[in-house]
Write a protein that binds this ligand. Sequence first.
Ligand SMILES: [Zn+2]
Length: 500
Amino acid sequence: MSLYTKYRPKDWDELIGQDAICTILKTSLQTGRVGHAYMFTGSRGTGKTSSARILAKGINCSDLNNGNPCHTCKNCKDFDAGSFIDVVELDAASHTQVDKMRSLIETASFAPNQGKYKIFIIDEVHMLSDGAFNALLKTLEEPPAHVKFILATTEIQKVPETIRSRTLRFDFGRVPTEVLFAHLQNITKQEGIDAEEKALKVIAQSARGGVRDALTLLEQNTIDNKLSTGQVMATLSLIDESLITNIVSCLYEYNTQEIKEIIQKLKNEHIEVQGFFDSILYFLRDRLIETIGSEKFERYNEIFQENYRDIKFIPDGLLLIEITLLRACTPKQQSIPQKQAPEKTQNETQNPQQKQDPKPNSAPTKIQKTPVPPPKENPPQATKTPQPKDETPPKKDETPSKKEETPKTPPVENFSYRRLLDALGDHSGIRFALKSASFSCEGTCLTLSFTSKWNHDKVADPEAIILIQERLNSLFGGQWTLVCNINKNPDTSYVEEVFV
Ligand SMILES: [Zn+2]
């Protein structure tokens, strides 16, 4: 018997992570105020089917115990043995049942044989055929007094409104990670599994609130009654935490050079994209819990989550990782340098703290186990000058104060915007948009400012960015950085998006 089947909740007290729903349904049973149709919706493994069974069992139990089925009366025993004929469980996703689904629903008009109520549990109800939906709707419109429906679905939006509006809806949220973790601890203890705490934590996180997935992972990775973190990480293709720590430290310091080296390393190692995003997101989640209010971590979390959603749209996963890391490694707000920029640079030199966010740790080493942000970060300065890109890798022992004192870099000697436009003759759309932009250049950082969002979006498209960077690199040498912003009103530099 699988762990999932063995530890499937048998009453409300055993169901985890759905306290509010449990309380309501328990009270309904206790007071005898049970609705005639329920709709349980939520992602997989959150307890919908288990709740449907507990409710169905409770409705027909002749000796309820505090809202829970007693497990000892004849109806309960027959239910457990699968021989209680008044509860009909259907899986609308199962093709073998398609034909009989309609006729089964039509049997609702017959009185129950054994219990007080005839109960239909229909799993994945959104998959019902049109004929079955019509039969269901007909029954729901004029429900016989002896019939109850418990419908469950992972895709509520696919269930016709006519059906939805006739049911009591319960939304099953994902089970919180800490609840899942405690559940796993409890099960490993009962099963005598020697489990590393970290391994259970990783499973709880990666199951994304689904109990079934968590228990399947636990079972899969338990070897000789032992569960190791290494085994779980390997199964889930997760990245080693020291590398993740290093990446986040580099992002924290805006160390683009080292991030680029890491990207190259990731490419060489052919890492698994989903595992990479999972690893980073778990790491950030932990740090967010530890250091609530860290703007940078919140921003990284947003960027990684946002780009994670693009996995299915971007076939080259490594490109997605590259775009995401470089985006996260660029300060949130950058604006084009104004005419008085040299004066500002001077001011910033006088107040170096205003220019850069404080480092997580002033130690010169770039690899820190856990970057701990300061209690409150200074918001990025609206008029901050983009950091010039060094063409040579920064020295490992270079102190931040030295960097900050570096004067503004002039554009590379041979830079010509005209030559860039000419080199993009084969991409007329991008070229047209570039012609509409005002630009400034510092070292190998080209900042483009658009008054039109349409033109901005044309250039800020990831593919266009890469194309332009490649042309810049080959025309003028070095590794170029591209910054795009929208500046509708020349007096206020509103930066919408920054790409590298
Ligand atoms: Zn009972």
